[in-house]
Design a protein around this ligand. Sequence first.
Ligand SMILES: Cc1cc2nc3c(=O)[nH]c(=O)nc-3n(C[C@H](O)[C@H](O)[C@H](O)COP(=O)(O)O)c2cc1C
Length: 397
Amino acid sequence: MTPPPRPAHGEARRSARLEQRVLSLADFEAAARRRLPRSIFGYVQGGVEDNLTREANREAFVRRRLMPGTMKDVSGRSTAIELFGRTHGVPFGIAPMGGAALAWRGGDLALAAAADAFGAPFILTASSTVRLEEVARVAPGAWFEIHTLSDRDRLAAMADRLERAGIEVLVVMADVPVLGNRENNQRIGFTMPPKPSLRLMLDGLGHPRWVLGTAAATLVRDGMPHFENADHGIRAPMIARSQPPMVRDRPSLEDLAFLRRRWKGRLVVKGVLDPADAARARDAGVDGLIVSNHGGRQLDGAVASLDALEEMAASVSGLTLMLDGGVRRGTDVLKALACGARFVFLGRPFMFALAAAGGAGVRHAFSILKAETARDMAMMGINRPEEMAARHIRAAP
Ligand SMILES: Cc1cc2nc3c(=O)[nH]c(=O)nc-3n(C[C@H](O)[C@H](O)[C@H](O)COP(=O)(O)O)c2cc1C
């Protein structure tokens, strides 16, 4: 863990304001809505179609209640937890998210540095605009996520590049054989990558802090952002009329097994919900899974992450199970651990925190969730996150 950089003057002021105004992760959403153009805010917040699965992720947490523990000495408690040979300061990290550069200049780096300051993993997505080598320098515990398995030469080249950069955990995104029906993006005029349009310009005009602080600052200081880590090997500009096609709909278990042989670090598959798929991934040599429905951004009506996790933990052994989707409170972190997760990830709350106040915002998000988790652990009567177990959960009446 590298010590957090000393905040610049503007950052210190931003941090003080944040501490007064943002008391929970939910508060970041309102702050991000104020700063971001409507289309970019909608891209982050939205799910697909009727948002059934995005909402189901939250409901699954609400449906479960905690059984607190009393008369226990919890004075020596710690949120630290071991995962894949590293001790992390907290049992949660940042899920892979494309588009961080739209929220804040150099967004991927700000997310990575904030996670590192809390000893938490940040998963850099292949659709990122900061070179993975630079991210690994700022955050040596960062993970990397690839989006395709189809080209073995490229897989091998990427495995070598990651190894040279010192990345220890490689994540394979499994739940985007095709892009989900992001109808909400169409309604609000958002395309990924963003295409310059009159509508986008007018949207920006209503949000001058974003236009000056993010869009103009990026273009003037860094030039046009490019996808620096695309696993299909093409360094495309982020804003373009068209993007190179990506084949994602024919990955096979043999491709995964090939990657397993080629990649010496830990291998994780993200986006698995079905226990039968989990068993197949384990048999291909995968170390861990992130049980996830992509935050409700792929198949609308898919099962909630927490429900899938509980089912998977009961029927599949020999894998490190992690979860993302709908985690917003320390109590949610503990519920997920009780349902069988070793670790959890959050997406939108960290992106909203980034959009609201850059690195200071993401660090504040980490402190809020860490404080909640530590406080809730005391009331649960536990000293270590891994003490959470099925006996701590009841179904809501
Ligand atoms: C703006 C945005 C971009 C995302 N991009 C990716 C991505 O590139 N790869 C991926 O596997 N998941 C991606 N996701 C899904 C997240 O990794 C994660 O599964 C989801 O956000 C978790 O749900 P939560 O937002 O409720 O915490 C993205 C999510 C958001 C909000």
